[in-house]
Ligand binder design. Structure first.
Ligand code: ZN
Length: 261
């Protein structure tokens, strides 16, 4: 990141804030400003629209919406920091049992996977991309995408659902703790941009992650315009899940005067 001239960095692991202290420490050593963040797995805010999915060539929408939360002003050990950690804990604690259940299902489907191998790949917050990686390594699938599309995607044979807060609850909690929110990678949800923007504004989401690696220029532009119209902010994220997607932080053009943090 330092080599890419990144000046601000937020770590937004899925449903955990365990990485904050070490991220902060390393950012400091490199002279980068660290912003504590997290990506919260929530229930869908609106049911997907078939036409919008088809427009992007997507077969189905994801069963959860991801809410990015950033806390530029949160102080270590403050009451608000404790409150947020406490609220998040049950969501984080569920990730390991859920992974074990998915591994058990794969086992039944004659695709044995060692939990320890998956945990090693995750390092911290364990999730399906790590499981997909292990499946590729074992030769059960050719690619991570195939793992998601055949086995571990929402509703598929080796998938296990996780308990999720509603978007509304998550937004209220983040606000209570002085954080700002951005709706992550809306491409996966199948909602027309204007409807999505109006929903965000109504529920109090501050911004939309219009600038995401999965969005083509046209879709990025549509979202950006909707945000401008509705006076919402935008955010930009690498959605870093390991090296496989080839992201390079600091290399996506973004209108900085409209950024949420
Ligand atoms: Zn996400």
């Amino acid at each position: 990141m330092k080599n890419n001239d990144v000046k601000f960095w937020s770590l937004t692991d899925h449903d955990t804030i365990a990485g904050w202290p070490s991220a902060e420490l390393h950012a400091k050593q490199l002279g980068i400003t660290f912003i504590p963040g997290v990506e919260i797995t929530c229930e869908r805010g609106i049911e997907p629209n078939a036409e919008e999915l088809a427009r992007h060539g997507r077969e189905r929408a994801s069963k959860s919406w991801h809410l990015l939360a950033y806390f530029p002003n949160l102080l270590h050990g403050s009451e608000k920091a404790k409150l947020f950690a406490q609220w998040l804990k049950p969501l984080q604690n569920n990730r390991i049992p859920r992974m074990k259940k998915m591994i058990a299902k794969l086992n039944e489907l004659n695709m044995p996977i060692d939990f320890k191998e998956v945990a090693k790949k995750a390092g911290g917050s364990i999730g399906r991309p790590h499981l997909a990686e292990a499946m590729v390594e074992q030769g059960y699938v050719e690619t991570k995408t195939e793992a998601f599309e055949k086995w571990i995607g929402d509703g598929l044979p080796a998938h296990v659902a996780q308990p999720k807060p509603s978007i509304d609850e998550a937004v209220k909690m983040v606000k209570l703790c002085n954080g700002v929110t951005s709706l992550a990678h809306p491409l996966y949800y199948g909602i027309p941009p204007l409807e999505l923007g109006e929903f965000c504004r109504e529920i109090g989401i501050d911004s939309i992650e219009a600038f995401h690696r999965s969005h083509n220029d046209e879709y990025r532009f549509e979202l950006w315009n909707v945000c401008r119209e509705l006076k919402l902010k935008v955010s930009c994220g690498s959605d870093f899940h390991g090296q496989t997607y080839g992201q390079s932080p600091g290399n996506m053009a973004t209108p900085i005067n409209q950024l949420c943090v």
